[in-house]
Design a protein around this ligand. Sequence first.
Ligand code: ADP
Ligand code: MG
Length: 363
Amino acid sequence: MQSGSLRLERLTKRYAAATVVAEVSVAIPSGQFFSLLGPSGSGKTTTLSMIAGFVDPDEGRILIEDRDVTRLSPQYRELGMVFQNYALFPHLSVAENIAFPLRVRRFGNAEREERVTWALDVVRLAGFERRLPRELSGGQQQRVALARAVVFQPPVVLMDEPLGALDKNLRYQMQVEIKEIQRRLGMTVVYVTHDQEEAMNMSDVIAIMNHGRIEQMGAPTDVYERPGSIFAGKFLGEANLIEGRIDNLRSKSLAVAGGTILRASRAIVDEEIAEGAKHFVRPERIAVHAANDATGEAGSNRVAGKVARLSFLGNLVRYGVDIGAGELVTVDAQNSGRTPAFGVGDAVTAAWRPDDAILYHHG
Ligand code: ADP
Ligand code: MG
């Protein structure tokens, strides 16, 4: 596969008074799986449509392998595309669907056949070439769409919510499969999704979009563990944001209800906060102990509370621990076979390391 790099430079799109994509700049090296992740309306599809050439940017440039394609019409950009509604030709067989981009590009019979066979093999659909799309499951139809997108070996493949129509289990299976194909072929992929787990599972780099801007960009573990803003932290998973007053900014400590001091390892200015400050920690980084149990790491944050809620989620038990003043801290405990260890009303201590916490404040 002739994979290529993709660069966006201050890409901007406005509709009337609204700026829906604002100065998006990214450099995606060849072979990278890059995701645009954000809520509905954050500008993901518009960004992808500008890369594809369906939407003209108002400002900025798009470069594929250092070639400026900003004003080039879509068919000359040579990009592979996969969308949620598979967009297969219903009256064409699987093989004919996959061969379509090769016909458009006037590949000869022999090479066309060879490439279709290769693409069918890549998506594990050998033997299905004569079927019509309606004779396939949703997952199989999406694999045909994928084969059709890669059969002419484009430098970059664009995917917009390609798994959105599939149920949860099949979705996960297809995530693994697409990722495996991408890695094996060394494909450069720009992937659009609003699904956090999907983005984390598949991507080398995630760009979190919010109101047309890239709010944060990085490897999945980086953005999950060190969200640069409250928005990013909340969007990527469950997040506790405990309110309080700054006790000491240098030690990144917050005073919460009852006078307890919570320490964090980093402090970040966040414009969402008008006054006070918030202490961030993920639910799975908190341990619950019995109230009088002093186990736990030295230097940990420790807060006394009462179990106010308990949800059984299968693989884990989620506690809502009331730490006073209406603050409910969410704690996820693995369902190891001995849980739930605590019941509603039990007095407990919630404990976590400052290393797992971030202080967001208004500067
Ligand atoms: P996403 O894919 O993240 O859900 P979109 O890129 O589709 O978001 O849309 C971003 C914003 O741009 C939305 O507010 C949407 O209503 C607006 N928008 C998209 N296309 C058009 C258009 N052709 N005309 C006017 N507004 C548009
Ligand atoms: Mg969209």
